[in-house]
Design a protein around this ligand. Structure first.
Ligand code: ZN
Length: 422
């Protein structure tokens, strides 16, 4: 895996309120950053260091989006099906830059980025968040991400999310042996996560339903077993029902969506240290797209059915003590940060939302020792805000974040710092 080279040098932000481990903010302190890593945090510690005034502002770690699809940028099926892999790659790069500029510094892309995208960004070829990738999502024939094109009779031509290209691992697999080979090939391709779909979905091109189980117990257990051998965690697309339960019992690290999550299922998730990524932002987006007739009628009908339930899984999960992470899952990128406000609307207190979006996400991604906190020894991936981010209305407004840092580099300078770069 390619590692990003740290920004050399030392600078300080002066007199800034910093997110603490309880979701509150410290009184004004200085934050000294050395070679891309937080060096010191405290009153007056920035004296004598090249610094920028950040008084009357709020500093917190960069946002961690644990379910963002860099390869998603259009609602047009025609455009997806006619997409060349070269155009698609550039659209991915555009999305990567957009999300980083918004303040999202760490992303797990469960299905539309591979290790080449990740490593290209990490090498500095294009700007983008630090990435963890799954390289695709495994689906049974006729399952959620089967991209079969009936009138051409072509299997999995475009996946649904990723155009075909040499070396892309097959994602429509049936039977434990095919699952075994696919997971081994994904591991060989250097993925960070394996993703499976154990229920239908909302935007499936095949006729399925979000509460319908996909894959057998044997197939799911095979995927987890092979991924575990390779040291790779498994995340599972599951809305509810037996498909969700099978994934939890097989050892999934996170359940994506979980809209129909029941209290018993939540208890089992908590007992097994399985996280929930509720992806409320995409539900909000799909409701809007359905009203505007911008998604197929079959998907719009499913969206209308689930609309009253959106967010209920957050309450069920929190009551059982299930860990939750932020995931936007958007069809078109741009409103990713709405997820914070939507979690709050679903009952999560603002302080908890801020920790979920930072230290929580870093923990799910196995980076709790290096990312997600503003503390000595942590990578300085950070965002600056001009108003208190506990006011959740901020996150649905225009450009909530006023400066972005990545590994100590200034990705977007505050407009008041129009002089020399740090
Ligand atoms: Zn998704």
């Amino acid at each position: 895996m390619v590692m990003r080279s740290p920004q050399q040098g030392t600078f300080a932000l002066r007199d800034v309120r910093v997110l603490d481990d309880h979701g509150a903010f410290t009184p004004p302190v200085d934050v000294v950053v050395r070679d891309g890593v937080v060096d010191r945090v405290g009153a007056g510690v920035g004296a004598g260091v090249d610094s920028r005034d950040a008084s009357e502002r709020w500093l917190m770690p960069g946002i961690v989006d644990c379910h963002a699809h860099l390869g998603c940028f259009t609602t047009s099926t025609d455009e997806i099906l006619s997409m060349s892999v070269t155009r698609w790659t550039l659209e991915v790069a555009r999305n990567a830059a957009l999300l980083l500029d918004m303040g999202i510094t760490l992303i797990r892309d469960p299905a539309t980025s591979d290790s080449g995208i990740r490593d290209g960004i990490m090498s500095g070829a294009v700007p983008g968040p630090t990435l963890q990738v799954s390289g695709g999502a495994l689906s049974q024939t006729g399952g959620h991400v089967d991209g079969f094109v009936p009138n051409l009779g072509l299997e999995c031509t475009s996946g649904f999310l990723i155009p075909d290209y040499p070396g892309r691992v097959e994602h429509c697999v049936d039977g434990p042996e095919q699952v075994r080979v696919a997971v081994r090939k994904l591991a060989r391709a250097g993925v960070d996560w394996v993703k499976l779909c154990t229920t239908g979905g909302l935007l499936s091109t095949m006729p399925d339903r979000p509460d319908k189980a996909e894959f057998t117990v044997e197939e799911i257990e095979m995927a987890v077993s092979e991924a575990t051998n390779a040291g790779i965690p498994v995340c599972v697309h599951a809305y509810g029902g037996i498909g969700l339960e099978r994934a939890v019992r097989a050892g999934a690290k996170s359940i994506e969506h979980g809209l129909y999550l029941s209290p018993d299922q939540a208890k089992e998730m908590a007992d097994r240290d399985c996280w929930l990524v509720p992806t409320l932002a995409v539900c909000e987006e799909l409701v809007r797209l359905a009203k505007a007739s911008l998604i197929p009628p079959s998907a719009a009908a499913k969206v209308r059915e689930i609309e009253p339930l959106i967010g209920q899984q957050v309450e069920v999960a929190r009551a059982a003590g299930v860990r939750i992470a932020v995931g936007s899952d958007l069809v078109v990128q741009g409103t990713n940060l709405h997820e914070l406000a939507l979690l709050n609307r679903a009952g999560m207190p603002a302080e908890e939302v801020l920790l979920t979006a930072t230290a929580g996400g870093a923990e799910l991604l196995g980076l709790s020792g290096s990312h997600g906190r503003i503390a000595p020894g942590y990578v300085f991936d950070a965002i600056l805000l001009d108003s208190d981010p506990r006011d959740m209305a901020l996150w649905t407004g225009e450009r909530p974040v006023s400066a972005v840092f990545q590994g100590g580099r200034v990705v977007r300078a505050h407009e008041s710092w129009n002089s020399a770069a740090l």
